[in-house]
Design a binder for this molecule. Structure first.
Ligand code: AMP
Ligand code: MG
Length: 502
């Protein structure tokens, strides 16, 4: 048993995982080969068996999970590499970042035929670590596990969490913290920053290889033989416009939308200081390092657009040999982001409000609601969930009304919404079911996540983590009002700042 009350791993056999690697076949300047560090006493905290099955992994014992997903045993056919990338961090270009605390073990093609990366986060220093130690404290790894799996359960494109293993070693941040390795699974780790890495080096050949790789891997730009690179850009724009609308409609604040955290495949990547809104506050920011609020909730669509422009710049030499023509086409592609995003946002909001049809008035209905929620500091998640509860009962507003400090303020909007429902299709039970399938009852609320982390860090107690994980991975089921993840924080429980554990 180690300090967390977990049993350490023992195994004699080398594990064989069905790796089929493609990134490691790219030119050597795309990555650095490096083995994960072997921690002293790895122990499994959590293993995602359902995901392992989807990936087609063999049955693994708890000890084998700890060995392999801590980096202590490099499985057969793994080709560990750290990927090279650059990125704009808080608006400033850093020509070289790269995987400083992550090692890509290899790729597997799952039962659905989709190729996915299996990456260890926190498995020690790589050639890209700069001054960092390549380690990850347990707390941020727990946060990533909870939030990424919750996002998946809510239907948001995201990287997944396959395993969480403690290392038995301490990581030094402001204090000594228990160390951990999180195994992240993603459809791809190519970021806007990967393109920037080669663009700042003037390496057009590498840009072409990278773009071809992304197009081929994700099956994009089919039928666009004339200009696949422009179509690649358009597709990335569409995916970001979808992704950010989903974030906004769930009250998700990513916290570090740097270009190195923006993937081409359109999944949410890099869960650092992320958090969900409790009460509706467009200016909400949680990240300790985001002093200026660049990545605050309401700014996320504008930042995504800005990041897409950075991607477009790198693609110019591929789009057209005539630079002016390339710029015009790229601007056109990125310029469509705003309208696409707004359409997705409104369609998502219609679903949240239980509207099956489209109506001219809907955008105004949404705007007024958001202004109302902000004014009254109403809990975003709870409001929409309860709105679903009352959608079928015209005279039963009490549970929603109770969320307002001034219930009189709720009245006019409520009447407009009821009148709008009258003009809509569908009947009430159908509506309630549909609303409860898009409005979660539980989310990984910041104070609940922090409480789970504290219990693990201070007492080696993993039960709060496991209980919260069980709830947030069933977000649309009915949960008791006071359950972890469903209950908004008391004023004294509110967590205003988050840390990414770098
Ligand atoms: P992130 O904030 O996680 O997106 O990381 C930004 C950059 O810092 C990436 O290049 C990371 O690899 C690097 N980095 C973050 N934490 C560490 C660490 N503990 N050791 C080495 N590099 C790190
Ligand atoms: Mg990152």
């Amino acid at each position: 048993m180690n300090e967390h009350g977990l049993s350490a791993a023992t195994t004699d056999h080398q594990v064989v995982l069905p790796f089929d690697n493609s990134y490691a076949r790219l030119p050597e300047r795309f990555f650095a080969r490096c083995n994960p560090a072997a921690p002293a006493a790895p122990a499994t905290v959590q293993f995602n068996r359902a995901l392992a099955t989807e990936l087609g992994l063999p049955e693994l014992g708890r000890g084998q999970v700890a060995e392999v997903f801590s980096g202590r045993q490099v499985p057969h056919d793994a080709e560990p590499i750290a990927l090279a990338y650059a990125g704009h961090q808080f608006g400033h270009l850093v020509p070289q970042l790269g995987d400083g605390r992550a090692v890509l073990l290899g790729e597997v093609v799952g039962r659905d035929g989709v190729r996915r990366d299996v990456q260890l986060k926190g498995a020690g220093a790589t050639p890209f670590s700069r001054a960092g130690d390549g380690r990850c404290p347990l707390g941020p790894a727990m946060r990533e596990y909870l939030v990424s799996e919750a996002m998946y359960a809510m239907g948001v494109p995201t990287s997944r969490s396959l395993a969480l293993v403690t290392t038995g070693e301490r990581v030094l941040r402001e204090t000594h913290l228990p160390g951990a390795v999180l195994t992240r699974v993603a459809r791809g780790h190519v970021r806007v920053g990967t393109f920037e890495y080669f663009a700042v080096r003037g390496d057009v050949e590498a840009l072409r290889v990278l773009a071809d790789y992304v197009i081929q891997r994700h099956g994009l730009a089919q039928g666009y033989d004339e200009n696949p690179y422009l179509e690649l850009l358009r597709e990335v724009v569409r995916r970001q416009a979808d992704l950010i609308a989903r974030w906004m409609n769930l009250g998700f604040v990513h916290g570090v939308m740097n270009t190195d955290n923006t993937t081409l495949v359109g999944e949410t990547l890099d869960y650092g200081p992320c958090a969900f809104l409790d009460h509706y506050d467009p200016g909400a920011r949680f990240s300790f390092v985001d002093q200026g609020g660049r990545y605050r909730y309401e700014n996320q669509p504008a930042v995504a657009h800005w990041n897409l422009m950075r991607l477009a710049e790198t693609l110019l030499p591929l789009i057209d040999t005539d630079q002016d023509a390339a710029i015009e086409q790229a601007q056109d592609a990125v310029g469509s982001f705003k309208a696409l995003y707004e359409r997705n946002r409104l369609q998502g909001m219609r679903r949240k409000l239980g509207l099956f049809r489209e109506d001219q008035e809907d955008a105004a209905l949404v705007e007024e609601l958001l202004a109302l929620l902000e004014r009254q500091q109403v809990d975003f998640t709870r409001f929409f969930r309860r709105l679903g509860d009352i959608a079928g009962e015209p005279n039963a507003d009490a549970s929603v009304r109770a969320l307002f400090t001034d219930p009189g303020d709720w009245e006019p909007w409520s009447q407009r919404w009821r009148a709008r429902l009258q003009r809509d299709d569908g009947h009430s039970m159908e509506r309630m079911g549909a609303m409860h399938r898009v409005n979660p009852a539980v989310i990984p609320r910041n104070h609940s996540v922090n409480a789970a982390i504290r219990a693990a860090e201070q007492h080696g107690d993993l039960q709060p983590f496991q209980q919260l994980l069980a709830r947030v991975t069933q977000p649309f089921a009915n949960h008791p009002d006071d359950a972890d993840g469903a209950r908004p924080p008391e004023p004294k429980e509110r967590v205003l700042r988050t840390f990414c554990g770098t």
